[in-house]
Design a protein around this ligand. Structure first.
Ligand code: RIB
Ligand code: CA
Length: 307
């Protein structure tokens, strides 16, 4: 079997419990080479999301991967209040070490710009797990770098179901709708993984117990992270794994049903901010609208257990 060169990726993230699971999944996957992690405020403030990225890398023994601090607030609106859902320190209070390495001196957008200009065009994918502020700023300030992105795979939005922060609004797009509008309307190769599918990749207590029983460090840590999700959301039989679906799509797109939709983003008042509008005037986006949930969970467990 010829050795397939790992795909170079950048993870833009607001860890966050489900972000943390996605990051650990990417670290466990030989298919990805993580060039860097860029952080954004979202689930919690920028200092905590940045520290949590460093803590996850320290836990995984991957201090070779640099962390770059990004936007502390949306492009033009006040940022969201920290979400209690993600518990103490924004990462469920699980036992993670302190970062072994400080964030780099360059900002997320400064580094992304230099990195994209120096790498062959089309060879870098961005996995976006939080509000899209950093990527929008890159597109606005350095379009010649942005157009060298291979593709952006982002967890965000909702198509046919209700939102999780408003009738039609999902948190990542709602938190910075102007940024989401810049990214969606940019015409860059964009894959959207919305709540319509991430709500169907649900970890149960049994799934979590099986991860713990594997005895593998990354799998056990993911079990602890999911366990903390249960603590912050009582009486739930299962918890959706939103952000890991980005990595799962990249690993096994055949598990997802895709639709080519033309989308635009509402930048209206808070109640509808971030809502996605389907219409001919929108930009073309590849949207995941279905998933084989059990198969996706099985892939997550197998990948973590193999690390
Ligand atoms: O709506 C789910 C998204 O909002 C996830 O990225 C989660 O981490 C939160 O940021
Ligand atoms: Ca997130």
């Amino acid at each position: 079997m010829p050795h397939i060169k790992p795909r170079q990726i950048v993870i833009d993230t607001d860890p966050g419990i489900d972000d943390a699971i996605g990051i650990l999944l990417a670290l466990a996957s030989s298919e990805f080479s993580i060039a860097g992690i860029t952080t954004v405020a979202g689930n919690i403030g920028i200092d905590t999301t940045t520290r949590n990225a460093g803590r996850l890398l320290a836990f995984a023994g991957r201090n070779d991967i640099p962390v770059f601090k990004g936007a502390a607030a949306p492009l033009s609106r006040p940022g969201p209040e920290p979400l209690n859902l993600h518990g103490k320190e924004g990462i469920g209070g699980v036992d993670l070490p302190a970062p072994a390495r400080q964030p780099e001196g360059r900002s997320a957008v400064e580094w992304l710009t230099e990195f994209l200009l120096n790498e062959p065009a089309g060879t870098i994918d961005i996995f976006a797990l939080g509000p899209l502020t950093n990527i929008a700023r890159l597109i606005l300030d350095n379009p010649e770098a942005a157009k060298r992105i291979g593709r952006i795979i982002t967890m965000g939005g909702v198509i046919y179901e209700a939102g999780n922060v408003g009738p039609r609004s999902e948190f990542n797009l709602w938190a910075d709708p102007e940024a989401a509008d810049v990214v969606v309307s940019s015409g860059l190769p964009l894959v959207l993984v919305p709540l319509d599918v991430t709500r169907r990749v649900r970890a149960t207590r049994e799934f979590t117990a099986a991860l713990s029983a594997s005895g593998k460090p990354l799998a056990s840590m993911v079990a602890d992270l999911i366990g903390s999700y249960f603590e912050t959301s009582t009486h739930q039989e299962s918890r959706p794994l939103h952000d890991p679906c980005v990595m799962l799509f990249a690993l096994a797109p055949e598990l997802f049903r895709m639709e080519d939709l033309r989308l635009s983003v509402s930048t209206g008042p808070t109640g509808e901010a971030g809502a996605l509008i389907i219409g001919e005037t929108g930009a073309p986006v590849q949207v995941a609208t279905g998933v084989d949930g059990p198969a996706a969970l099985d892939l997550l467990a197998r990948t973590l257990a193999s690390s």
